[in-house]
Ligand binder design. Structure first.
Ligand SMILES: Cc1ncc(COP(=O)(O)O)c(C=O)c1O
Length: 358
């Protein structure tokens, strides 16, 4: 499916448009009042999500941010603390909801190049609950895939190791799985296994899965009840919202009629882009002065840098050719492949970067 805008928009996989089948499903969706629990399409989506991730129950929410926030609200009391990666979306990019709404502080640990936090550092980050000076550690959070490490997928073994550290100390584990199905496809391991050890998970329908709106939170029944209450508090209780849930049921279908298997194309496109960029003069990897290693493009992110001071002009030059990328932290540039970006678009992008980078 070619880009609906005519642009090669690599800023994010959130720019995807719904498929024609999704639009038809939206128009025809059976609906009810979801705050009363009456919307049959939402109920089907929540049942499908819970089944797919091997959890008891699920909750359809407006966004990944809302999914993470209601999860924190359901897990945490005021004055508690989360342990999370320093540049994780939950800490950096959700308007400090953990602090503003939940009343929780964040104790952060930097990621290693593979997107993981050192398990020993996680264990050492727990507070002493007998010391009245300290916040009380209430949650450990992981991000899978981990965006700032170029979308590295986290394995089931690593997640289980972190869960064991948390559970030994009586604390739950939340996974921000905004791109969990990218991790499934990259690792060849079902998402259910990747999050088996986690107590709660948020995943997004509106990124590479191409739905226009929405994320889903999954977990135990009692947790989902608290998350549902939190969603209401935030004004996120929606009514005939089956029109938005309907595309999710298409996205989560098994096999080639769903949108999960298709993520493999995005990964192949990202790898091709990374391989070509790595061979170009004037392009480096995310760390200053270090060549771009295309093997790090394991999902749909490519993060790179151009010569110091050249970033704005580089992005402007691409924009002039109808190609959009975005500034990323630490003077880097991010390109994200997704539904609507085809192999030919990647070749056009490579040629344009060749003109703009040196
Ligand atoms: C890792 C990660 N988590 C959560 C979110 C939040 O999703 P949303 O934009 O739907 O709020 C994003 C959005 O890009 C993300 O990249």
């Amino acid at each position: 499916m070619p880009s609906p805008t005519g642009l090669i928009d690599l800023r994010s996989d959130t720019v995807t448009h719904p498929t024609p089948e999704m639009r038809r499903a939206m128009a025809e969706a059976e609906v009810g009042d979801d705050v009363f629990g009456d919307d049959p399409t939402v109920i089907r989506l929540e049942e499908r999500a819970a089944e797919l991730l091997g959890k008891e129950a699920a909750l359809f929410v407006s966004s990944g941010t809302q999914g993470n926030l209601v999860s924190l609200m359901a897990h945490l009391a005021r004055g508690t603390e989360i342990i999370a990666e320093t540049e994780s979306h939950t800490v950096m990019d959700e308007a400090a909801g953990h602090a503003v709404v939940v009343g929780a502080s964040a104790r952060t640990i930097p990621a290693r190049p593979d997107g993981t936090m050192d398990p020993a550092a996680i264990a050492a980050a727990f507070r002493d609950p007998s010391d009245p000076h300290e916040p009380i550690t209430g949650l450990v959070a992981l991000e899978n895939t981990h965006a700032h490490s170029m979308g590295q997928p986290l394995t089931a073994t690593y997640t289980a190791e972190v869960a064991a550290i948390a559970h030994e100390r009586g604390v739950p584990l939340h996974v921000d799985g905004a791109r969990l199905f990218n991790a499934q496809v990259a690792l060849g391991v079902p998402a259910r296994e990747l999050v088996e050890a986690a107590d709660s998970v948020t995943f997004c329908l509106s990124k590479g899965l191409a739905c226009p709106v929405g994320s889903v939170v999954v977990g135990r029944r009692d947790f989902i009840w608290r998350a549902r209450r939190a969603r209401k508090l935030l004004g996120g209780g929606m009514r005939q919202v089956g029109v938005l849930a309907a595309p999710g049921l298409i996205a989560l279908r098994d096999g080639p009629t769903g949108m999960i298997e298709r993520l493999a194309d995005d990964h192949a496109n990202a790898r091709r882009l990374a391989e070509a960029l790595a061979a170009m003069p004037g392009v480096w990897g995310p760390e200053p002065g270090i060549p771009l290693d295309p093997a790090r493009a394991r999902t749909n992110f490519v993060v790179f840098r151009v010569a110091p001071g050249r970033r704005a002009a580089f992005l402007e030059s691409l924009r002039g050719e109808g190609i959009l990328m975005v500034e990323y932290p630490h003077e880097t540039i991010r390109a994200v492949t997704h539904y609507g970006i085809e192999a030919a678009d990647v070749e056009r992008t490579i040629a344009a970067v060749g003109r703009a980078a040196p």
